[in-house]
Design a protein around this ligand. Structure first.
Ligand code: BGC
Length: 757
C-alpha cells in the first residue's frame, strides 16, 4: 500500500483483507461526523458536515440541531431564497464556493442540497428546499451539485424521499400513490442523480407507504440504482436506521451516526448465520471505500478560500434571490436626495434574520445589517431614522410594549418622505423539527402595517421569511413589497442595493403565495393523522393545484417584477422526431426584449399542458426556463428544447412514462399566470389505452379506431342510432350490456368481435 495520502485505495485488495468485523464497522460511522477508519489497513476516516447553504463543520462538537458551534463559514442565501433566482449559473458559482470551504476544512462531503417538494407552505423546513416544482428544483440542484463536486468534495442529495413535513418526521408514513411519486416527489432526485451523480444520497427519516425510507428496497435500489443508475453511496439521515440488517439489504450503505456495538454486531451476526450474503456486505463496503478514496486528493490538499470574495458572491446571490412582488407607482427604487428623510421601521432592519434553524445553521463569517448599510449608502445628506416597531424576542409578544413601539413607529412614519417596513417571521416561527400552524405574519406586525399605512401611502414592506407568508390581509396598506426570504449573511447589503436601485430585482417566485392557507391543495391532509399522512391531492401540489381549481392567488408561481419591463414575442414551435421512435424534440424559440430604461433580467418560462388526456393532468407544468440579462432596448432570442418526458405522464397501468396522442398547449411567459403566447401542437403517439376486451365499456370500444370499425360495421347494433342512449349506457362494460335484451348486443356477437380484434 502507498503512503501517499492522496493515493487511491486498492479496493479489491482491501475487500480481500478486511475481516467481517471490519467490514461491518465500515458500514457505520465512527462518530457523529466521521466514517470508520481501519488503522491496520490505512483506511482513513473521512468527515462529513452540514449543510445546504453553508458549511457547518463541527471540529470539536457534535449535534444535528444547530445547538453547538461550528467553524466560521459563508452563510449563502437559503435554498428557498436561491430558488427564486432561477439562475443555474449562480447555483453553480455558489456550489463552487461551498465546495472550496468544505475542502478547506478537510470535510469530504457537504450534506446537501435538499430537494424535497414544498407540498405545504407550513413545512418548517421549507427554507431548506428550493421549490414546489420538481423541474425547477432538479435543474437548480444539479447546478449546485456540479459546482460543489467540481472542488473534489462530495454532496448528499437529501432527504430521499417524501419527507415533506417536520411533524412526526421520524415515524410518519407518507402515503403517496406511485404516479404522484414519479411526477412530483422523485423527479428532482432523478434529475440530479442522472445529470450530476452526487457522491451520496441521504435517505429520509419517514416511512413511505408503510416502509421506512431507510429500509425501502424499491426506493434505494430498484429506482435509485437500477433505474437511474446511481453510482454513489446511500447514507442514512441522522438516526433514520431502525434495523441495520434490513437497511443494508434495502441498499443503505452507511449508518449515521453509528449505533456502535449494536448495528455492527447485527451485521456480523447476520453474516455468520449466512443470512447476510457476502456480496451484499461487500457491495456496501466497496461504496464506502470508493467514497473515502475519491475524497483523498482534496484531503491531501485542502486549499484555501477568500472570505471577502465569498461574501461578495453571497451578496450577489441575495440580490438575485429577492422577488419584487408589488411596486405601485414605481415607489422603488428610492432616489435619495439631499434633505430626504427615510424612516426604517421594523426590528429586522437592526436584528437581521437571514438563515433558518436546525442542522443547516451556519456560523457566518460576517453579517451585513440593512440599517447600517442604508445609512452608509444613502449618504450624509439623507436622514435615516429608525424605530423597531415590534418585538421579536423568542416569538413572544407583549401587547402593551407592542402598542408603544407601534405608536413611536407611526410618529416616525408620519414625518418621513419614505417608509421602509422590515417585516418577517421571527426565528421561533419556523425551524427544522416542527411545522407552522398558519402562514400569517405575527399580529404585532400586521397591526403595525395597517397603522403605518394609515399615515403614509407609499410605505414599502421588506420581508424576511423562510417560507411563503400571507400578504392578502395587509398588502393594501403598502405601495411596495420586496420578498427577500432568508437571504444569507449579505442580505442586509443586498437589500439596500435593491432598494436604492444599485441592483435590479430579478427573482421569480419558486413557490406560490396563496390568498389563504385553506386554498392549498394539501390543506385537508397536512400534517395528517397519528403515524400517517395521505397525499390526497396527488400530483396537484403548488400551482398545479391552484390552477386546476381556478383559484385566485396573491402571487403566482414564477411571478416577480423588475425596475424595467420586458416583452416576450416572436414565438415559434417546431416539432422534430416522434414519440414512437423515442426521439421527439420540440424546439421553442422566443424573443425577449427589455422595453424599459434600465438593465434587468427576465426569466422566460415554458409551460406544457395536455389539453385532452385520459388521466387527470395539471393545466400546465413548467418544462423549461432561461434567465436572460438585457440592457435597455436589447433583444435576445431564446431557444429551448422539450423532449418526450416534457409531455409524458406516469402510467401506472404500463409502469412507465407515456405520452398520449393529441393536442398540447405550449405557453411561453414571464410567470405561470402571465403567458404571453400559447401555441397548440398535435402529437402522434402509440396508444396508451388498455387493449379492448369484453370488459371494456361501450365508450371505450367507440373511442378505439379498430373497435369502432368492427362495432359499427353494417351500421352496427340499433343502440348506436340513439345518441342519448349511448350517453347513458356508454360507461357500462360490453359484457354487461350483452346481458340486456333489446340493445342489439349479445354474447355471441361480442365474442365474435373480441376474436376479430
Ligand atoms: C437532518 C439532515 C442533516 C443531519 C445531520 C438531520 O436531522 O434531517 O438534513 O444533514 O441531521 O445534521
Amino acid at each position: 500500500m502507498s503512503d501517499r495520502q492522496d493515493a487511491p485505495l486498492d479496493i479489491d485488495a482491501l475487500l480481500n483483507e478486511l475481516t467481517v468485523e471490519e467490514k461491518a464497522s465500515l458500514c457505520l460511522g465512527s462518530d457523529f461526523w466521521h466514517t470508520a477508519p481501519v488503522e491496520g489497513l490505512q483506511i482513513p476516516a473521512i468527515m462529513v458536515a452540514d449543510g445546504p447553504h453553508g458549511l457547518r463543520a463541527q471540529l470539536n462538537e457534535a449535534d444535528h440541531i444547530g445547538l453547538s458551534g461550528s467553524v466560521p463559514a459563508t452563510c449563502f442565501p437559503t435554498a428557498a431564497a436561491m430558488g427564486s433566482s432561477w439562475n443555474r449559473d449562480l447555483f453553480r458559482s455558489v456550489g463552487e464556493a461551498l465546495g472550496r470551504e468544505t475542502r478547506r476544512w478537510g470535510v469530504s462531503v457537504l450534506l446537501g442540497p435538499g430537494v424535497n417538494m414544498k407540498r405545504s407552505p407550513l413545512c418548517g423546513r421549507n427554507f431548506e428546499y428550493i421549490s414546489e416544482d420538481p423541474w425547477l428544483t432538479g435543474e437548480l440542484a444539479t447546478a449546485i451539485v456540479v459546482g460543489i463536486q467540481g472542488q473534489g468534495v462530495g454532496t448528499s442529495l437529501k432527504h430521499y424521499a417524501a419527507n415533506n413535513q417536520e411533524h412526526d418526521r421520524l415515524r410518519v408514513s407518507a402515503e403517496v400513490d406511485e404516479r404522484s411519486l414519479r411526477e412530483i416527489y422523485l423527479p428532482a432526485f432523478e434529475r440530479v442523480v442522472t445529470q450530476a451523480q452526487p457522491w451520496t444520497v441521504m435517505c429520509a427519516y419517514n416511512r413511505l407507504n408503510g416502509t421506512y425510507a431507510s429500509e425501502h428496497h424499491w426506493l434505494l435500489t430498484e429506482v435509485l440504482r437500477d433505474e437511474w443508475g446511481f453510482e454513489g453511496l446511500v447514507v442514512s439521515d441522522w438516526g433514520a436506521v431502525h434495523d441495520r440488517f434490513a437497511a443494508l439489504k434495502a441498499g443503505l450503505d452507511l449508518e449515521m451516526p453509528p449505533a456502535l456495538g449494536f448495528s455492527d454486531a447485527a451485521l456480523v451476526a447476520a453474516s455468520r448465520t449466512g443470512e447476510l450474503a457476502d456480496e451484499v456486505l461487500d457491495a456496501s463496503v466497496r461504496r464506502v471505500l470508493e467514497l473515502v478514496s475519491r475524497s483523498q486528493p482534496a484531503r491531501a490538499e485542502p486549499g484555501s478560500f477568500d472570505e471577502a470574495e465569498h461574501h461578495a458572491l453571497a451578496r450577489r446571490a441575495a440580490q438575485e434571490s429577492a422577488v419584487l412582488l408589488k411596486n405601485d407607482g414605481a415607489v422603488l427604487p428610492l432616489q435619495p436626495s439631499p434633505g430626504m428623510r427615510i424612516a426604517v421601521i421594523g426590528e429586522f432592519a437592526r436584528t437581521p434574520r437571514f438563515q433558518g434553524a436546525g442542522s443547516s445553521q451556519v456560523n457566518p463569517t460576517r453579517v451585513d445589517v440593512a440599517l447600517e448599510e442604508l445609512v452608509a449608502a444613502a449618504g450624509s445628506d439623507v436622514e435615516v431614522v429608525f424605530e423597531p416597531g415590534f418585538g421579536i424576542e423568542d416569538g413572544k409578544t407583549d401587547a402593551e410594549k407592542d402598542a408603544e413601539l407601534r405608536r413611536s413607529a407611526v410618529e416616525l412614519a408620519r414625518k418621513a418622505d419614505h417608509v421602509l417596513l422590515f417585516l418577517g417571521l421571527p426565528g421561533a416561527a419556523e425551524s427544522e423539527g416542527f411545522d407552522r400552524t398558519h402562514i400569517d405574519l405575527p399580529d404585532n406586525q400586521v397591526a403595525l402595517v395597517s397603522a403605518v399605512g394609515a399615515v403614509h401611502d407609499r410605505a414599502v414592506a421588506v420581508l424576511a421569511n423562510g417560507s411563503a407568508v400571507r400578504v392578502s390581509t395587509w398588502q393594501h396598506h403598502v405601495a411596495g413589497i420586496l420578498e427577500c426570504w432568508l437571504g444569507g449573511q449579505a442580505a442586509g447589503a443586498a437589500v439596500v442595493d435593491l432598494l436604492l436601485g444599485a441592483a435590479n430585482p430579478s427573482g421569480k417566485l419558486a413557490e406560490t403565495i396563496p390568498v389563504r392557507l385553506e386554498d392549498c391543495s394539501s390543506y385537508l391532509n397536512f400534517p395528517g393523522d397519528p403515524g400517517v399522512v395521505r397525499y390526497g391531492e396527488g400530483i396537484f401540489i403548488g400551482y398545479r393545484g391552484y390552477d386546476a381549481c381556478h383559484q385566485p392567488v396573491s402571487y403566482p408561481f414564477g411571478f416577480g417584477l423588475s425596475y424595467t419591463t420586458f416583452r416576450i414575442d416572436d414565438v415559434d414551435v417546431a416539432v422534430a422526431g416522434s414519440v414512437a421512435d423515442g426521439d421527439l424534440e420540440v424546439r421553442v424559440r422566443a424573443t425577449v426584449t427589455n422595453t424599459g430604461a434600465v438593465a434587468g433580467a427576465e426569466v422566460v418560462q415554458i409551460y406544457v399542458g395536455d389539453v385532452d388526456a385520459s388521466v387527470a393532468r395539471p393545466v400546465r407544468e413548467l418544462k423549461a426556463f432561461e434567465k436572460v440579462l438585457l440592457d435597455p432596448g436589447e433583444s435576445r432570442q431564446v431557444m429551448l428544447s422539450l423532449d418526450d418526458r416534457s409531455f409524458a405522464f406516469w402510467s401506472t397501468r404500463l409502469a412507465r412514462w407515456a405520452v398520449e396522442a393529441g393536442d398540447f398547449e405550449i405557453s411561453v411567459g414571464s410567470s405561470s399566470r402571465d403567458l404571453a403566447v400559447t401555441v397548440t401542437i398535435s402529437l402522434e403517439a402509440p396508444s396508451v389505452a388498455p387493449p379492448l376486451n369484453a370488459d371494456s365499456t361501450l365508450h371505450e370500444w367507440l373511442a378505439d379506431p379498430r373497435g369502432r370499425e368492427l362495432f359499427t360495421a353494417n351500421d352496427g347494433p340499433p343502440v348506436l342510432q340513439d345518441d342519448e342512449l349511448v350517453k347513458v349506457i356508454g360507461t357500462m362494460p360490453m359484457s354487461t350490456l350483452a346481458a340486456f335484451p333489446g340493445l342489439g348486443i349479445d354474447h355471441a356477437t361480442l365474442e365474435h368481435l373480441v376474436r376479430q380484434l
